[in-house]
Design a protein around this ligand. Structure first.
Ligand SMILES: CC(C)(COP(=O)(O)OP(=O)(O)OC[C@H]1O[C@@H](n2cnc3c(N)ncnc32)[C@H](O)[C@@H]1OP(=O)(O)O)[C@@H](O)C(=O)NCCC(=O)NCCS
Length: 263
């Protein structure tokens, strides 16, 4: 029972020699649940259903890095090149994740909600509501969060994430509406604006019941290891305060290879 004289927290209970995350002993969670499960537990208060684990893990893997051109990687490398320590340079990268890059997940969940609100208010089918919302966005010259990509015309991460969501039995109203919006955008603009990884994550999180306010956190947490790799590479391979061209670079890592059997 909470003592009125103290403020309360429901995340982790600490006693001498005992740490419990949302009630579960941390030493029992260790090696029994994945890091993605532990993230879900910390944020949502409950462990995900067993089939959902793989999907959450895949969502984090999908967003781990996207090369040296994303604004967050450039910001992190720029800070690193000035002599900033690892934490400061990674923070600079994290600060560059916003509504146009990596942080479109929350907005895209808003788009899904808007489309359903339109459908319910006017008793419209999914397809008609999607077309109606696309027309409203066009009239207001607004971009629809979760669609379009600077590089991809069919984002490989989206297809895989949606397939995994279907396997896990999670695919629901979020994915259905996003697909209807993708079709409506293609019909309206005459060109394919693919569901990007932010959009795919938004649909899956919508179907998992994750509140929009937590949505961007999934991309941010997933991208931190990639940013750390960029900062470390900048610090160990490049000259201080070099001129960093935003796109004129070549990849010199391992050649394309297959995962070993059993992975
Ligand atoms: C990601 C993004 C910045 C990529 O932009 P881009 O490839 O440089 O796209 P362009 O700016 O060249 O746009 C090409 C055309 O498609 C339109 N377009 C691009 N994304 C659009 C979207 N999400 N909704 C509506 N129209 C869009 C643009 O208005 C532009 O039309 P125009 O030539 O008539 O002006 C852009 O698609 C976008 O803003 N998406 C929404 C935000 C988002 O989901 N971000 C997460 C990215 S992972």
């Amino acid at each position: 029972m909470a003592d009125d004289q103290h403020w309360t927290t429901a995340i982790t209970e600490i006693k001498p020699n005992e740490v419990r995350l949302r009630g579960y002993r941390i030493d029992e969670l260790m090696a029994r649940v994945s890091f993605a499960d532990a993230i879900f537990l910390a944020l949502m208060g409950e462990l995900p259903a067993p089939g959902v684990s793989r999907l959450l893990d895949a969502m984090l893997v999908a967003s781990i890095d996207h090369g040296a051109t994303p604004p967050s990687a450039l910001a992190a490398r720029t800070a690193a090149s000035t002599g900033a320590p690892l934490n400061a340079a990674v923070a600079a990268g994290v600060l560059s994740i916003n509504r146009h890059h990596g942080g479109a997940i929350e907005d895209c969940m808003g788009v899904i909600n808007e489309a359903y609100a339109l459908a319910e208010a006017n008793d419209l089918s999914l397809e008609v509501a999607a077309a109606g919302l696309v027309a409203l966005y066009r009239k207001d010259k607004k971009r629809m969060a979760g669609f379009g990509h600077r590089v991809h015309t069919a984002d490989p991460r989206t297809a895989r994430l949606f397939a995994l969501a279907e396997e896990a039995g999670v695919a629901g109203r979020g994915m259905a509406m996003l697909r209807a919006l993708e079709a409506a955008l293609a019909a309206d603009t005459g060109r394919r604006l693919p569901i990007n990884v932010d959009g795919a994550i938004a649909a899956v999180l919508f179907d998992l019941g994750v509140p929009p306010a937590l949505a961007n956190a999934f991309f941010i947490m997933a991208r931190v290891p990639g940013l750390v790799a960029h900062v470390h590479e900048e610090q160990t391979r490049e000259r201080p305060m070099r001129r960093i061209h935003p796109s004129d670079h070549v990849y010199d890592g391992p050649a394309a290879r297959e995962l070993p059997d059993g992975r």
